[in-house]
Design a protein around this ligand. Sequence first.
Ligand SMILES: [Fe+2]
Ligand SMILES: [Fe+2]
Length: 471
Amino acid sequence: MSIDYQQKIPNNVNLAEDRRLQRALEKWQPGYLDWWKGMGPAGTQDFDVYLRTAVSVDAKGWAHFGHVKMPDYRWGIFLAPSEEDRRINFGIHKGDKAWQDVPGEYRAELRRLIVTQGDTEPASVEQQRELGKTCPSLYDLRNLFQVHVEEGRHLWAMVYLLHAHFGRDGREEAEGMLERHAGDADKPRILQAFNEKTNDWLSFYMFTYFQDRDGKYQLAALAESGFDPLSRSCKFMLTEEAHHLFVGETGVQRVVQRTCELMREHRTEDVRKVGGIDLPLIQKYINFHYSICLDLFGSELSTNAANYYSMGLKGRFLETRQNDDHVLKDSAFLVPEVVGDTVHMVEASALNAMNECLRAEYAKDSQRGMDRWNKVIRDAGIDFQLTLPHMGFNRSIGTFAEYHFTPDGKLLNETEWMRRRDEWLPNEEDYAYVATLMGAVTEPGKFANWIAAPARGINNQPVDFEYVRFN
Ligand SMILES: [Fe+2]
Ligand SMILES: [Fe+2]
């Protein structure tokens, strides 16, 4: 299915045939461009960036690469191909035909799901908007901008659904997406992790590894939705998301690799002396990002989540591959509970435990990259292991919100926690140190001292390709 680029808004949803919808979206478009110029990547309007643009939604060869100025990027509306006779695969409507229109009784719930997902997309661009000024290389700068234009496109994906299926409320919600801003005191973004600052590149790689992975799991659960347009939107977003996760995983890996090189070269663990990022500091960043991302999945037990599932709006990760009845009325799932000073896993209704179920998949997936990073450390002959912190560490939502745990799972009282948290989370001094390393490296093929070069370039281009031209 190819995409119509003759239109003002590129799309594969036959927008030209729905004049009203087309007009409404064309009215939203200038506001979006204003947002991009005002809140998107700072000071980049004239840069030519080697970006990929979707030209089809087929699994193979969907992307075209070329230098473009970002405000001219063709943001559009792309849905994955429709599946013939698609059914609702879970919940009380299991077996019914998938909905092409919003079922009236679930309108509020669906709107909320779409708005919450949509809000994270421009939020992450806002959080990272200053990073271009301190890029460690042109290769990395290009990857940052690729992530940004695609998060912008993900906003388009959600705004399309709001405009096409939610009438006036939908249009108002679409406006709201451009009015809330990350970290804004009056109008913050909906989820707290999307109001935190992303001031340095180590944070950016952690963000694309951990936060974008939360995005992957949310999108995967929404891709199971019985509301077919949402499912198809999310399926194509997942294709784009894979690159964001790649940027995160390889980004951290390259930092780890460079740190190991510096440790060996200078025979020291104190790589700060030689301009590197020490492994314990990388661990602190992991502790921070992983813990705030666990919060993104919501409370362990949630009637909202149970309803979303039973209604057929949001499924589990790879729902159809789960070996059960997909209704889960009498099923159980293990959730954590604090008893005395230890954490027990206790059985709860699987329906109520939907958030925990998705979080458990996320936790497993998060470990995979860690294993690869640890291999780099091992191969360098260094005795150090990066780990994911305990699920109770630094949590603000759900069971663990009222407790304090160390990264290895020991319960602490409030005073102890306050006294020791700087051992585990990046403190002012750590951030200040990382900030001293941030300075733009813009010569093709050159990399900042604290990060290794990637194994290969983008789209078969050499590593020293001119990925960004500043003009
Ligand atoms: Fe996204
Ligand atoms: Fe993303």
